[in-house]
Design a protein around this ligand. Structure first.
Ligand code: COA
Length: 388
């Protein structure tokens, strides 16, 4: 059978960042609560002319520049911070990237989980016709209420993946373990900009769902714990990924201390520690960090755990392809993360308060982003995008 998986992968993040030390100082709390307690150093903050569409198109651009559009017949954009109740963000991304009209464009939603659904749908389409390629993009701007417990777990980023037969980077291998349980740990009604979240119950829900997905993976004939060289977890904050890793290892009789669990994920967490929560994207940012920061993974199996509140989880595996390092762009990733400009807490709060006009009023947006695409204006209830 033809192998199917990730043929190319690239990311994008925002113009700005807020350092957790600055937030802690403004809040008058110990900065160690953020650095050590939740495992975060900074979080990406969107400029007024950045959103999920500009992030998604910016992440996907180098992939299209390298591979062109041959065989590309589907674009799936996964997000839980959609900009429209009807029209898919994928259609805007399709336009910005200049893709041919013979491409289907769809948006997927299930909290932080849906990019994984996109990856599996892509694999299904390619199994049916191995000549086809699918662009899957995880893109989100995570925004919580000011002064809420979720405030330090904001962030924003996109990860784009070209899925194909005979992939150059990661082959999907074996079964998926899946899990669904209807509960209310985190949700965002249509009329709200920020979510309603029960933080403590969301941590318990994540661990329960991770366990359910892992157990199902094993029942479906998946590999034992010892087969994995590395893991990539959904990471609303990096300490959560470590909690999940410790929990799953414990189920298999491998007792890790919290420090050991964190150490196991140190490389995987490198990007998320600085970007923060990007909802659908962190599990793929963790994968990207492993691929870009480790040169010893050829032929090795990576376990991926995807979770979305509400709640759905999936555990699946990918085997790293020989020569994978030649297809990555670590300098580009480093530039996205390193070049972000630090915000003062005052400016961050101003950006946090910005809202799209709800009356259809026109508003031109200041040119602040350094990305290849920008949100230029709101006009007549429409978002107007442009290449920069
Ligand atoms: N030094 C070191 N660690 C500290 C500390 C300090 N001064 N102060 C607190 N901590 C630790 C706590 O012990 C805790 O660690 P633990 O979870 O290992 O016990 C951690 O920092 C967080 O402290 P806590 O008091 O639990 O934080 P909180 O009540 O402010 O909220 C979340 C934490 C994650 C619940 C909150 O950020 C949130 O609601 N986030 C959004 C939802 C989310 O991301 N859910 C995850 C599943 S999807």
């Amino acid at each position: 059978m033809t192998s199917i998986g990730i043929h190319d992968i690239a990311m994008a993040t925002t113009r700005y960042r807020l350092d957790h030390a600055a937030l802690a100082e403004a809040q008058g709390i110990d900065p160690e609560k953020y650095r050590v307690g939740i495992g975060q150093d900074s979080m990406s903050i969107a400029a007024p002319d950045e959103d999920i569409v500009t992030l998604a198109a910016s992440a996907a651009l180098p992939i299209i520049e390298r591979h062109g559009t041959e065989g590309l017949r589907t674009v799936l954009v996964a997000t839980e911070t959609g900009i429209d109740q009807s029209k898919a963000a994928a259609v805007y991304v399709h336009e910005l990237l200049g893709l041919p009209s013979a491409v289907r464009s769809v948006e997927l939603k299930q909290a932080c989980y849906s990019a994984t659904a996109g990856l599996q749908m892509a694999a299904g389409l390619i199994a049916r016709d191995p000549r086809q390629r699918v662009l899957v993009i995880a893109t989100d701007v995570a925004k919580y209420d000011l002064d809420s417990s979720g405030e330090p777990t904001q962030g924003a980023a996109a990860v784009a993946m070209l899925v194909s037969a005979d992939p150059a980077i990661l082959e999907l291998e074996g079964p998926s373990g899946v899990f669904t349980d209807d509960l209310m740990d985190f949700w965002r009604p249509n009329y709200r900009v920020t979510p309603i979240v029960d933080g403590k119950s969301s941590i318990r829900a994540y661990l329960r769902a991770a366990e359910g997905a892992w157990r199902d993976y094993r029942e479906q004939g998946g590999e034992p714990w010892s087969a994995f060289a590395a893991h990539a977890y959904h990471s609303p904050f990096t300490k959560m990924a470590a909690k999940a890793h410790k929990h799953l290892a414990g189920l298999e009789g491998v007792a890790l201390t919290p420090a050991e669990a964190e150490q196991s994920l140190e490389v995987a967490n490198r990007y998320n520690r600085r970007i923060g929560n990007s909802y659908t994207a962190p599990v793929y940012l963790a994968l990207l960090a492993l691929l870009e920061q480790r040169d010893d993974l050829a032929g090795e199996l990576i376990g991926l755990l995807s979770y979305g509140s509400g709640s759905v989880a999936e555990f699946f595996a990918g085997r790293v392809v020989e020569g994978y390092r030649e297809h990555l762009r670590p300098e580009r990733t480093a530039a996205w993360i390193d070049d972000r400009e630090a915000l003062t807490v005052e400016r961050y709060r101003e950006l946090h308060a910005l809202r799209a006009p709800e009356d259809g009023g026109d508003r031109e947006l200041p040119a602040e982003t350094a990305a290849p695409f920008r949100l230029e204006a709101y006009r007549s209830h429409q978002r107007v995008y442009a290449a920069r």
